[in-house]
Ligand binder design. Structure first.
Ligand code: NAP
Length: 411
């Protein structure tokens, strides 16, 4: 599988959409951002594993033409631009991309390149599957009970970036305006806005329910703090139930409905809701009672890292940011710069993000081959430093060796 420049890619290798359905050619062009810090190490390992799985699964029937696009430090060094227009145009044109972690530029007007990518492409669903691999050290007693997929709203909530510094003119004006509405905010406060819309909430919950139906998951839980924030988080919950009842009536039943008719629970996808704080304790005490979580942005941010910690940490936590057409798959951890170029860190997060990308492309057989080989490698206790330091009698391997062992384990 080759690395091509964009101009060598023909129309036949581009993903297209027809009647809302994605059409993926067998020889498909996928842009990649290798990322900063440890990004190049984990990207090299990931590319090897993804290519091996395609070759073993589909022989020469399917192929990826990798198209490198620049972002982060590499883009700044080469083009004096952290997020070049050409990169954005290429992702927009090719629809599906994969990326390593990117450094957050200090100064220069960009808060975070990752947040910028999500907002530019309106990638409104951040999807994080959280599943335990046998043998991975965990801080909880029964990590195998965790098998969740979190759908986190990715564009609204306190992440919308509307925040004013204490004592700034904007903050003072806003505080005065709120006073005119009868609300008292302490003088000198910093103030932030938490917008949550019907459109943003409904499209996120819609994606979560579609996923549950397609993947035969039993339950979608709307996680919110609506007891305190009635018109934002509370509305998220109401809009969630509204989209479930109006668009998926035949396939879903609410918890209230199953209380009246328990048989519905075994036939349909159950929709319930939980207050965010109680969700945190329930995910520790009885995670096996949950399946798909649909959450506003901030709750989802906290919950996904807390859940990832239960099954082995960020080194193996994959993620995807998905909109209506464009999808970017990414390692969920940062650049871990102190380990850059040491061939040391765990490439699992990016490899498993590649598995999610294969599922998205409809190449799930290749994804399954990787997951099985990954699981086997863990049970053989051949692991990178982050897991080795927590296991007994494990063999410490480098990033590249970990990838090679996964490939050897693909039967
Ligand atoms: P980080 O890069 O995630 O690293 C924090 C710690 O997590 C590392 O020191 C390491 O722990 C562990 N870790 C991270 N990746 C690992 C891997 N692949 N394998 C094993 N362990 C891993 O967080 P940070 O140091 O706060 O952020 C560094 C830069 O990354 C910042 O510029 C930040 O803005 C950026 N960032 C980017 C993304 C993204 O691109 N999606 C996300 C978060 C942060 P030990 O020290 O215990 O070994």
């Amino acid at each position: 599988m080759s690395i091509e420049t964009k101009d060598k890619i023909t129309e036949a290798s581009k993903i297209t959409f027809k009647d809302g359905k994605m059409i993926v050619p067998n020889k498909v062009a996928i842009p990649f951002i290798e990322g900063d810090g440890t990004g190049p190490d984990i990207w090299k390992a990931t590319k090897k594993v993804l290519e091996a799985a395609i070759k073993k699964t589909y022989k020469n029937e399917k192929e990826i033409l990798w198209v490198e696009v620049l972002a982060g430090q590499k883009a700044f060094d080469e083009k004096k631009d952290w997020l070049p227009k050409d990169t954005l145009d290429t992702i927009r044109e090719f629809k599906v991309a994969i990326k390593g972690p990117l450094t957050t530029p200090i100064g220069g007007g960009i808060r975070s390149l990752n947040v910028a990518l999500r907002q530019i492409f309106d990638l409104y669903a951040c999807i994080r599957p959280i599943k335990y691999f046998n043998g991975i050290p965990s801080p909880v007693r029964n990590p195998e009970k965790v098998n969740l997929t979190i759908f986190r709203e990715n564009t609204e909530d306190v992440y919308s970036g509307i925040e004013f510094k204490s004592n700034s003119d904007e903050a003072k004006k806003l505080i005065d305006f709120l006073k005119s509405l009868g609300h008292t905010v302490r003088a000198g406060s910093g103030v932030g806005i938490k917008p949550m819309s019907e459109l943003g909430s409904k499209r996120l919950v819609r994606k979560a329910i579609e996923y549950a139906i397609q993947n035969k998951k039993p339950l979608v839980t709307l996680v919110h703090k609506g007891n305190i924030m009635k018109f934002t988080e509370g509305a998220f919950c109401e809009w969630g139930y509204a989209v479930a009842k109006s668009e998926f009536r035949a396939q879903i039943a609410t918890e209230e409905e199953t209380n009246i008719n328990p048989a519905l629970g075994s036939e349909k996808v159950l929709i319930n809701d939980r207050i965010a704080d109680s969700m945190f304790q329930q995910l520790l005490t009885r995670p096996d009672q949950y399946s798909v979580l649909a959450t506003p942005n901030l709750n989802g941010d906290y919950l996904s890292d807390a859940c990832a910690a239960q099954v082995g940490g960020l080194g193996i936590a994959p993620g995807a940011n998905i909109g209506d057409e464009i999808a970017i798959f990414e390692a969920t951890h940062g650049t871990a710069p102190k380990y850059a170029n040491q061939d040391k860190v765990n490439p699992g997060s990016l490899i498993l993000s590649g598995v999610m990308m294969f599922d998205h492309l409809g190449w799930s057989e290749a994804g399954k081959l990787i997951v099985d080989a990954f699981a086997k490698t863990i049970t053989q206790k051949k692991v990178t430093y982050d897991l080795e330091r927590l296991m007994t009698d494990a063999t410490l391997v480098k990033t590249s060796e970990f990838a090679d062992i996964i490939i050897q384990n693909m039967n």
